[in-house]
Design a protein around this ligand. Sequence first.
Ligand SMILES: C[S@@+](CC[C@H](N)C(=O)[O-])C[C@H]1O[C@@H](n2cnc3c(N)ncnc32)[C@H](O)[C@@H]1O
Length: 226
Amino acid sequence: MSKQSYHVNTQDGAAVYSDRVLKIYDWWVLGFSNRLAWKCPTHTVLLPFFRQYLSSNHLDVGVGSGFYLANSPDHPGQKLTLLDLNDNSLKAAGARIAHLQPTLVRDDVLQPGGAIGDNRFDSISLFYLLHCLPGNMAGKAPTVFATLGSHLTADGVLYGATILGDEANHNWLGRRLMNLYNRKGIFGNNRDTLTSLQSALSERFAKVAVWQTGKVALFRAQMPLP
Ligand SMILES: C[S@@+](CC[C@H](N)C(=O)[O-])C[C@H]1O[C@@H](n2cnc3c(N)ncnc32)[C@H](O)[C@@H]1O
């Protein structure tokens, strides 16, 4: 990865993913919370979106439990690289798709140490990671997009989803979870807006699409700018 970085505490957004938490992650986040708090269902919105751009040369960033990869069809000759700051996530996700022999890379997407080298990918997914990073979009997103953009092939696509901040007008459950998670540093998304996400992507990519389902922003970016 390139050496651009944004110096903040990124540990809290990753450390919560213990083996125990990862065991209930699919049920709690992808089932319960996506349906009732974030109003962006996994099986009808997020999983089809993940599958849509998954290529045979793919980098998944912020892997969590590995649910999306484990529930996507394999491409012939599939090459998968998993990047995460947390070894538990890498192990859990890696084990779920062990038959594909993924490459596991431990690195911090906000303070990259270059662990991914010069590798380039035809698709890079970034699902539910931006909202775990501290700071507003203008602070955190440029580093992430510059870094990941430098690992895309010329025709490659970066795509993902992130839970929006207070402007999304969260429901009672969403507000409770937002307050708790932001207080503990598990989320850093209070000030994240759709417009700030769009601006950060447009600074780094020539072709950008951003849209919203429930309280979640979905995005796709192509053609990284030099
Ligand atoms: C909420 S989970 C998302 C999992 C999965 N992508 C999904 O959508 O269900 C966030 C993941 O990002 C990782 N993470 C958090 N901060 C990170 C950072 N600064 N660099 C790399 N990975 C990070 C966490 O360890 C965790 O595995």
